[in-house]
Design a protein around this ligand. Structure first.
Ligand code: 26V
Length: 822
């Protein structure tokens, strides 16, 4: 038998130049002398992806042949970041490309800058998904990512007078060279309608769904190239199109305008990423998005990925669907519907298979972030799925009544259906009932899941619960984003660390090597200069690389406590202006913020306004002699993170203990040689254990202490009354000092802190200020600070997403690596 050949490319400078010119001339239709930067970028991107194609096709071929068990990572978000650099790294083309482009007089950096990052996620959850698929490809694990190709990603943040104003993120406008659309492989998805009873050929009474309308899901494939020789896996994102039937019916009615309107309506499903992070709005369109991508993905896997003769009873041997939070949980009743209604299986038979096919990751602890869908809405949009959920619940509750015969209260607590305030489906409970495993994303978080959020379930199924601490990809967040440090590390311990991050341990002895520390410091300084350049160019912000770079970047949320950092800054400023603190005694610092607020989150937007207002006042005050500066570049995103994080000296991880599930920025900072000031929360706990107490600035209440304070009744005003520094800082804000004398502007923030302060910022204020004083003292000993920074890098290997993937494989997935065919 002969296998048809796969085309290859020549890995030489001449070969690359030829391919590039071919793309530019034949693909883009322009001559180099007239080509725009975008023309060159598009030609470049297409050329680079050609070099990955052989590995992609052989990955697909070996997968079809071996039929190894795969992971399908179901996620409403994949926050990929720019693709060009990563593709260059994965294809090993960097040197060839640099030389080839130079010979054509093209600046690679200019082409890099031309790429608009696909911002198809909100924050940590979406970026985690992107890190995970990178690791899976690098580790040769058969896997496919399934998600939504939003036409508009996370909004573009601008500041107008310091207030956040959102602009649409039209990321596709200049072309999308990384995707492969397959309109011929579109999948039909139904919505609405009703459920009917009928008799099958054997006279058995059955139920089936008659949808009221439908849309098409068009798959767009993206390469997920593993580093070095790894696989090139696939990320398949779905885009909604109106079905032809949908069009025709209305067009035939003669109402052209209505037909076009209806078409737009169908295509709205993948139009925009919901920018809420952690407060679900219960919007119908969002449920449509969730069902849309999940139904497409299951159908795709069952009908396209599996061989035609596959026995679905063996499905659990071939696939595990990993549910990234509750967003894809509607996949559970969907698989049941496919097996029972479409394949004609018995209920029990279908349930036995379904409950082996899913595992669920929870990413939050905030009760308001747990998704709940009103039965009224779910029943209207997905009537058959609601029936299926009811039956899953009925059988589950019956099982519980056997296990807990005299505990009806417990049974009701565990019901998938909540009764108050409206009857609604608790998606986390459905996922827990259906999943083989439930995991949290850091040790503390998993513990709190077991003890608090899902305690009844953990008591019933103790073995179902596990932890997998998050990780980040060292390819993007060290190798690519910090070439200086990467070079130094490789020089010291070889380049094995890029795929085996535990090797960073080999750097530990070098923490005591003065020459190594000098070079490490030099690199940090160069990274600060690079950031200063970017901020000047991008945002017109001036920062001084000779100051301590103190960085807090993450979504704006009250539980993350940007206000706590702000109170520290205002307090410093207040003491300087009153003369209590001499400016010469202040450690020169640059306070950098990056944060988007959900557009409807009023308090978060106020806080952004206040950070900018305080920044304006401080930055313009000559009395500070430039020693304190606030830098808040707009539109923090993956691309900015890649220059911000390597430049940081201090990483701010100051959420209220028990609220941040894990954090992943914290890990990126550590691996780039920043020290952490942080609470005992999320993965900070593990960071501190690994790096040692002496290399971590811990402060604040612990989770049990928080619980106790709240239990006793928390009164923030008591802190205001007894802590003079705190009072002065709050009074200064309230006085209108940062709002041109207008006391009303920031009054809501101040009164919220004084009267409610849900996240105990005032309770932790003094501890935070004290910890910052320890930071100043430590930073004064530059060389010793560097020693600690080196230790942070050396001890950070645990936080590779490769390690997270190993944990998922061992504890949850039981999949095995399969290299692409040679
Ligand atoms: C997201 C969304 C997005 C759209 C609208 C509704 C909605 C509701 C809930 C959520 C959940 C967001 C959960 C989340 O992003 N968690 C973060 O996950 C990170 C990765 O595990 C983790 O590091 C962060 O601590 C956690 O906050």
């Amino acid at each position: 038998e002969t296998t048809p050949p796969i085309a290859t490319r020549e890995h030489t400078v001449e070969g690359f130049v030829r391919e590039f010119l071919r793309e530019l001339n034949f693909g883009q239709g322009v001559d180099l002398t007239r080509a725009s930067v975008n023309d060159k970028y598009l030609a470049m991107a297409r050329t680079v992806r050609h070099y990955l194609m052989t590995r992609w096709l052989s990955t697909l071929r070996s997968q079809a042949k071996l039929q190894a068990k795969s992971v399908a990572y179901l996620s409403a978000e994949f926050l990929l970041g720019r693709q060009l650099d990563n593709a260059l790294l994965a294809s090993g083309l960097e040197d060839i490309v640099k030389e080839g482009l130079a010979s054509l007089g093209i600046d690679l950096e200019e082409l890099r800058q031309a790429e608009i990052e696909p911002g198809l996620g909100n924050g940590g959850l979406g970026r985690l998904a992107a890190c995970f698929i990178d690791s899976l490809a690098t580790m040769n694990v058969p896997s496919i990512g399934y998600g939504i190709r939003y036409e508009y990603g996370i909004f573009k943040q601008t500041f107008v007078d310091g207030w956040q104003v959102e602009k649409p993120d039209d990321w596709l406008r200049l072309g999308s060279p990384w995707e492969f659309p397959h309109p011929e492989a579109a999948v039909k998805v139904g919505f609405g309608g009703h459920v009917e009873q009928y008799q099958d050929d054997d006279g058995v009474v059955k139920r089936r769904w008659v949808p009221g309308w439908s849309v098409l899901g068009v798959p767009y494939n993206y390469m997920v190239p593993g580093y070095d020789a790894g696989r090139v896996n696939t990320l398949r994102l779905w885009s909604a199109r109106a079905t032809r039937a949908f069009d025709l019916e209305i067009f035939n009615s003669g109402d052209y305008a209505e037909a076009v309107r209806a078409q737009t309506f169908a295509e709205n499903i993948s139009k925009v990423l919901y920018p809420e992070d952690s407060t679900p709005q219960g919007k119908e369109l969002r449920l449509q998005q969730q069902y849309f991508f999940v139904a497409c993905s299951i159908k795709d896997f069952v009908d396209q990925v599996l061989p035609a003769d596959f026995d679905l009873h063996k499905l659990p041997d071939r696939i595990v669907f990993q549910l990234n939070d509750t967003h894809p949980v509607i996949a559970v009743p969907e698989l049941m519907r496919v097996l029972v209604d479409e394949k004609g299986w018995e209920w029990d038979e279908a349930w036995a298979v379904t409950k082996q096919c899913f595992a669920y990751t929870c990413h939050t602890l905030l009760p308001e972030a747990l998704e709940v869908w009103p039965v009224e809405l779910l029943g209207r949009l997905l009537p058959r799925h609601l029936e299926i959920i009811y039956r899953i619940n009925d059988e589950f509750l019956a099982e519980l009544r056997v296990a807990y015969p005299n505990d009806e209260l417990r049974v009701r607590r565990m019901s998938i259906i909540a009764e108050y305030p409206v009857r609604a489906v608790r998606m986390a409970y459905l996922a827990t009932v259906a999943g083989t495993k439930v995991n949290g994303v850091a040790e503390l978080h998993s513990q709190l899941l077991r003890d608090k959020v899902l305690d009844d379930f953990a008591a019933y199924w103790p073995d179902k619960f596990t932890n997998v601490t998050n990780g980040v990809t060292p390819r993007r967040f060290v190798k690519l984003s910090n070439p200086g440090l990467s070079g130094l590390i490789t020089e010291a311990i070889g380049d094995g660390w890029v795929t085996d991050l535990d090797q960073l341990k080999g750097l530990e002895p070098l923490a005591d090597d003065a020459e190594f520390r000098r070079r490490f410091r030099e690199i940090k300084y160069a990274n600060k200069q690079r950031l200063a350049g970017v901020l000047a160019e991008r945002d017109n912000i001036v920062v001084n690389p000779d100051t301590l770079f103190d960085v807090m970047v993450k979504r704006l949320h009250e539980y993350k406590r940007q206000t706590l950092k702000l109170l520290h800054i205002v307090s410093l400023y207040e003491k300087i202006t009153t003369g209590e603190l001499a400016i010469g005694d202040v450690t020169p610092r640059t306070f950098a913020f990056g944060a988007k607020a959900a557009p409807g989150y009023v308090m978060a937007k106020q806080i952004i306004g206040l950070i900018n207002a305080v920044g304006r006042t401080i930055n313009d005050d000559p009395a500070l002699e430039g020693r304190l500066r606030v830098a808040f570049p707009a539109n923090y995103n993956v691309t900015l993170a890649e220059t911000l994080i390597p430049a940081a000296d201090l990483s701010e991880q100051i959420s209220l203990a028990g609220k941040e599930a894990s954090g992943t920025g914290n890990m990126k900072f550590m691996l780039n040689g920043a020290l952490t000031i942080g609470t005992d929360d999320g993965a900070n706990v593990e960071i501190r254990q690994l790096v040692g107490d002496e290399n971590f600035f811990l402060f604040g209440l612990t989770e049990p202490q928080v619980a106790e304070v709240v239990e006793r009744g928390y009164h923030p005003s008591a802190y205001y009354e007894t802590n003079l520094d705190l009072r002065n800082a709050l009074d200064l804000i309230a006085s209108g000092a940062f709002s041109g004398g207008d006391r009303a502007v920031f009054e809501p923030i101040v009164s919220n802190l004084l009267n409610e302060d849900r996240f105990l910022a005032l309770a932790d204020f003094q501890a935070y200020v004290d910890a910052q004083a320890r930071v100043d003292a430590a930073y004064a000993d530059t060389d010793d600070w560097t020693r600690r920074a080196v230790l942070n890098v050396a001890r950070g290997g645990f936080f590779s997403s490769d390690r997270s993937m190993r944990d998922y494989i061992e504890r949850i997935w039981h999949t095995y690596p399969v290299a692409p065919e040679a």
